[in-house]
Design a protein around this ligand. Structure first.
Ligand code: ADP
Ligand code: MG
Length: 371
């Protein structure tokens, strides 16, 4: 079922009415609404402990409400049945929507672009182009399908590092002849300064997706360098468990809302002798959660993108370039638009003046507290 079909079905069936659910009477309806849930989809996607806490009800009740919502979804046809034939699965995959990255090389590596219902992770060191890719996808997702987008009217951009720059998006839009006001107004930037804030935002992600009718969720980055808080009792296993729960929620949102999830991720910066500095942060938990995992490595003007993990199992590399137009295929001796304009008047070649260097809010020490 495509997102359009889901949206169309949603118009016919009122998914905001909990009273349709088996065993939900007016009292239960009130409890669920009091907990901040606004639709059956959202309740079906919620974690039991969240429903328990936000509705202030017992674990059994929470379990019962979620189950009722999930069964309703199965039967109502709003969502695909969970029991599918291989042919159904193939048809579903063929209907999957894809977003262009701006580089046809990278799109080819991704077999057509960034997929909905999947998590695509880009990891690389500081300055390798993760944020630039996130910006580009936030723009391209809004394009119509014939231009490589999915006509997304909602993009959620969780900015854990404070590196979101609307001016950069504006400039790319101008270069591409897009209405930057419209593009920027469809992007909801959520700044999370602390780890607790981040956890809260992920727990309430479905709320935000519903509110914005979001089709794309960008998290830059999943493991922030500047988070200063420690969680749990601080053992690696505890931290991995928290990360695992967050990723589980994110994946459920991707599936239920037919949304594309893009994660930027750091490479391990632990100075300890055992840490491999080219390894992505987040350990095994993140590795298993990502559907596609790609590494970014800057090499002069180009950025080498390598598919490190994919269900297709083919691990090629391609070259892309960060330009005034966002992300493009790497071309030797590319002249920037500015340089081209100036070229006639003065024969000087382009300088790196036009390049924005990444800036970060506050202290960004290599403090990988989750991984
Ligand atoms: P990361 O998020 O991986 O730390 P970024 O996505 O912030 O890295 O990439 C920063 C790099 O992008 C800069 O070093 C610069 O080379 C390049 N860049 C940023 N803006 C432009 C631009 N307008 N034109 C060309 N390159 C740019
Ligand atoms: Mg960045």
């Amino acid at each position: 079922m495509t997102s359009d079909e889901i949206n169309n079905t949603n118009k016919e069936i009122d998914i905001s009415d909990f009273l349709q659910l088996e065993g939900i009477g007016p009292a239960a309806n009130k409890e669920i609404k009091k907990g901040g849930y606004v639709s059956i989809l959202q309740l079906a996607a919620a974690m039991q402990e969240d429903v328990e806490n936000s509705c202030d009800i017992s674990a059994d009740k929470a379990k019962k409400y979620i189950k009722a919502a999930q069964e309703w979804l199965d039967q109502s046809g709003v969502m695909n049945s969970r029991v599918t034939s291989g042919l159904d699965d193939l048809e579903r995959r063929e209907q999957m929507q894809k977003i262009t990255t701006g580089s046809s090389n990278l799109d080819t590596l991704l077999k057509g672009g960034i997929e909905t219902q999947a998590i695509t992770e880009f990891y690389g060191s500081f300055g390798s182009g993760k944020t630039q890719l996130c910006n580009m996808i936030a723009i391209n997702a809004q394009l119509p399908p014939e231009k490589g987008g999915i006509s997304a009217k909602g993009v959620i951009y969780i900015d854990t590092e404070g590196t979101f720059r609307p001016e950069r998006i504006k400039n790319i839009c101008i270069e591409l002849g897009l209405d930057y006001r419209e593009i920027l107004s469809n992007i909801t930037r959520i700044r999370t300064g602390t780890l607790m804030e981040f956890i809260y935002r992920i727990k309430t992600l479905s709320n935000e997706i519903e509110r914005r009718n979001a089709k794309v969720i960008i998290i830059d980055s999943i493991i922030s360098r500047s988070r200063q808080e420690k969680i749990g009792r601080g053992t690696l296993a505890d931290r991995q468990q928290v990360l695992g729960q967050l990723l589980h929620r994110i994946m459920r949102c991707a599936e239920i809302y037919n949304a594309a999830v893009i994660l930027a991720n750091q490479v391990q910066a632990n100075p300890d002798t055992y840490g491999d500095p080219t390894k992505p942060a987040g350990g095994n938990v993140l590795g298993h959660a990502s559907t596609y995992r790609l590494s970014l490595r800057r090499s002069g003007k180009k950025t080498v993108v390598t598919m490190v993990d994919s269900p297709m199992g083919k691990y090629d590399s391609v070259d892309i370039e960060i330009t005034e137009r966002g992300i493009e295929d790497f071309v030797e001796n590319r002249k920037s638009a500015k340089a081209k304009k100036q070229g006639k008047e003065n024969k000087e070649t382009e300088t790196s003046e036009s390049q924005e260097q990444p800036q970060e809010d506050s202290e960004s020490e290599h403090d990988l507290v989750i991984a």
